[in-house]
Design a protein around this ligand. Structure first.
Ligand SMILES: [Fe+2]
Ligand SMILES: [Fe+2]
Length: 299
């Protein structure tokens, strides 16, 4: 588990890059990518943190992984619409993409929600999209690892097809949803210099290796999750511990304890498809203002 941020503001800066004239707040494009939203608490945490993050970083694009937003598993059309209404530009998913059947037609209809591009072609949905803001075009690719995860086609070959299908874009963000760190690191190196960022998701635990690779691609092995830090990767901790202690089936529920937003801010370079900096954004859900205590009537 990451320690609490050292800065008084609640957000921590874990890694930066060169090119100070293209950093946040200077008018250059930037991408806020937020890791797996877990449950309604994850959605609320995102939507309550977003105004503060917009004020602080003014991101051009906001992309979130929301494969766990429907009660911890999957996503519904209603949940996706709530995120788009809150200002999210694109949604990525992962191995839980198909947990809720009602999302299947929506995955075909809505261009801005992605399931991994290397799933089988017969499965609902698509794995790439292009979103546009401020005259800039961002290509987004969702990819699944093949180690310990079920993806019908190979990530390292299908990414080539996906990049070719994006067409003319200014920047490209790849969400590599994978269990194995080796696959994510290898993909980062393979795409270095060809895409703006490769960000890892799925483990729900943020890694401390955010950096801009030598060719100009921002990289992190795992962004972490947005949801209850007081649970076990989203589940109530007492249930996860009981399951591991007894080796018996236990009904899992989403924890609501200690919600945090975990993401990264990628500052794009003026050079197409390259990044100037990447920094981690780790932030607790804003505290609700204290309720006024009604005064007792005078007697
Ligand atoms: Fe996952
Ligand atoms: Fe997840």
């Amino acid at each position: 588990m990451p320690d609490e941020p050292s800065s008084a503001s609640g957000a921590s800066r874990a890694a930066g890059g060169s090119c100070p004239d293209t950093g946040p707040g200077t008018g250059a494009a930037s991408i806020l990518f937020v890791g797996d939203l877990v449950g309604s608490i994850g959605r609320r945490t995102l939507l309550e943190c977003l105004p503060l993050l917009r004020e602080r970083y003014d991101p051009t694009f906001v992309v979130v992984n929301a494969e766990n937003v429907a009660g911890g598993l999957g996503i519904t059309p209603k949940g996706a619409r709530a995120l788009f209404a809150g200002g999210v530009d694109a949604i990525t998913l992962g191995n839980h993409a198909y947990h809720r059947r009602e999302i299947y037609p929506y995955l075909d209809e809505e261009p801005r929600i992605l399931r991994p591009v290397n799933f089988l072609r017969i499965q609902p949905g698509h794995g790439t999209c292009v979103v546009e803001r401020d005259g800039l075009r961002l290509g987004v690719v969702n990819l699944s690892g093949n180690l310990y995860l079920r993806a019908g086609r190979h990530a390292f070959t299908e990414i080539e097809t996906a990049l070719g299908e994006l067409g003319e874009v200014d920047h490209i963000l790849v969400d590599m949803h994978a269990e194995a760190t080796s696959e994510k690191v290898a993909l980062g190196w393979m795409l270095d210099g060809r895409v703006t960022a490769v960000v890892g998701t799925h483990t729900h635990i943020p890694t401390a290796d955010a950096r801009v690779l030598p060719g100009g691609t921002a990289y992190i092995t795992d962004v972490g999750m947005t949801g209850p830090r007081g649970g076990v990767i989203g589940v109530k901790r007492e249930q996860a511990i009981e399951s591991l202690q007894t080796q018996m089936p236990v009904r899992f529920e989403t924890s609501e304890d200690d919600p945090w937003l975990m993401g990264v801010l990628i500052s794009c370079s003026a050079t197409p498809r390259s990044a100037a900096a990447i920094e981690q954004v780790l932030m607790p859900r804003p505290q609700a203002p204290p309720r006024a205590i009604p005064s007792l009537p005078d007697r």
